[in-house]
Design a protein around this ligand. Structure first.
Ligand SMILES: [Fe+2]
Ligand SMILES: [Fe+2]
Length: 211
């Protein structure tokens, strides 16, 4: 798995996310420390933020359960898409001598499912309905469903998805502050696990690169 040729440019070492220096010159924006993932993360964060801003302009801004349900439904869609992506990666990684990664994929899939269930429960508590409509799931999800041809690509896609989840959940936690402490606590707990996921995937990627 030491394929570091065409698709792996010199920036792949930046995946840890904070200490990257170079950049490929195509992206000189403010968030240059995450250059390879920047476009997707920015776009998706903007989408999440837009959603939240819509809520902010409703009459009962601070405590409208419908708006909280809407935001939680976006997080629910994100979790379900993550379950499906990890499941796909779990099965497709077979035969690539990737037992360690397979174990992580299975664990992450199970944990994303737990997150989805907890968010769905909270939505019901708020008088809403968990939106599990498969036709709109990927559009509503913050992260994307990406298949991949190699283990390296899978891990990169998973890291991108986890980073998107971390960023958007952090914003949701901040937005919930002072409005709904229970939902905030739930999203904080989930956020902590997503950070662990990102770290797990990063460690696997780092291991592959040093092979
Ligand atoms: Fe999750
Ligand atoms: Fe995750």
């Amino acid at each position: 798995m030491q394929n570091t040729s065409s698709t792996q440019n010199k920036n792949t070492s930046s995946a840890r996310g904070a200490s990257h220096a170079g950049g490929d010159g195509s992206n000189g924006g403010a968030h240059d420390s995450a250059a390879p993932f920047l476009t997707d993360v920015k776009t998706l964060r903007e989408r999440a933020r837009q959603h939240i801003q819509q809520g902010a302009v409703t009459e009962n801004y601070g405590a409208d359960p419908k708006v909280v349900v809407e935001v939680l439904n976006a997080a629910l869609a994100t979790e379900v898409v993550c379950v499906l992506r990890y499941k796909n990666h779990y099965f497709m990684a077979q035969g690539i001598a990737s037992e360690g990664a397979k174990t992580e994929f299975a664990e992450h899939a199970a944990e994303e499912q737990e997150h989805a269930d907890k968010i769905a429960e909270r939505i019901v508590q708020l008088g809403g309905e968990p939106d599990l409509n498969p036709e709109t799931l990927t559009k509503r999800s913050h992260s994307e469903y990406k298949t991949a041809q190699s283990l390296m690509e899978m891990l990169r896609e998973d890291l991108i998805a986890e980073r998107i989840a971390v960023e958007s959940y952090r914003e949701i936690v901040e937005w919930l502050r002072g409005k709904d402490p229970t939902s905030k606590r739930l999203m904080e707990e989930i956020l902590a696990v997503e950070e662990e996921h990102a770290d797990d995937i990063q460690s696997l990627l780092a291991g592959m690169k040093s092979d």
